[in-house]
Design a protein around this ligand. Sequence first.
Ligand code: 13P
Ligand code: SF4
Length: 320
Amino acid sequence: MPEEHLRALCEHYYPTIKEIDDLKKETDTVILGHSYIKSNIIYSVADYVGDSYELSKNAMEAKQKRIIFAAVRFMGETAKILSPQKDVLIPGTEAGCTLADSITAEDMLKLKEEYPDYAFLCYINTTAEVKAHCDACVTSSNVYNIVERYPSDKIFFVPDRLMGQNIIDEMKARAVKKDIKIWTGSCYAHEEYDPEMVKALRMKYDDLTVMVHPECSPAVLENADFVGSTSQLYNYVKKKEYGHFLMLTECGLISRIEAEMPERNFVGTCSLCKYMKSNTLENILRVLKNPQPEDYIQIDDEIIKKAQLSINRMFEIAES
Ligand code: 13P
Ligand code: SF4
């Protein structure tokens, strides 16, 4: 980027960033940001940046009494479930998620009635109410290990049908025999990737490393060198300095790696998540200065208690 353009950008954002920084201290607030959000937030006011597992732990361990979670609603809800005594606010103006929106508490009640002898495992990309009906939660960084170790040979996984099919394939590869049923949701940003595009790029670049998020389809995963959560993908590329890279996930992660490791050569395309991108510096400032009731995550105490059990079960298995 030309120097004068960079200077103009800094001058444009500086007053907002300075005001956010001052207000953060005055109001005892920590700002968490997912790797998919805009880089002008990541590199200015975010105190922690990571994947959904790491950010849940950051939220729980933060000393501050207030959390601003620049990501999507289900991540803010997870922070509130783990730290009910803290105020959790979300600055995303459209903070949904096609996975979290694909299953309701009513759906869960029907499924549990229909499959009474199954253990219900949910992806963290679910609402607090759905988590409250599940036995354990998983994230993209631990999904395969938790399904393998979970003490039941009948598992119903919600809500991602592509991740669910990837679990079935991975359990076969690990020779783990479990009866696994799956729900019908999907991530609109990850389901689009085409395995033919991966094959074409492999023909073009013989030193290509293909890295994929587990929300992509099984046909895409079949062509991958590495599958992992956003932070696992970040750490993998950090260790591999040479060659060309294709990373099939949301564009924000690739922008982050390009900013921090400019010598890495990325090829191919990436997709955008409009929900993550609805977080802006301007709205973080507004939420800090003048929070409205709808900016706060509010969850019924009973739901919090039940959802806590499923998230704590995940920590227990993931860290044992
Ligand atoms: P990570 O936990 O890998 O960051 O994934 C969250 C997510 O929503 C991916 O689409
Ligand atoms: Fe949800 Fe997909 Fe956006 Fe992740 S990328 S927050 S799964 S819609």
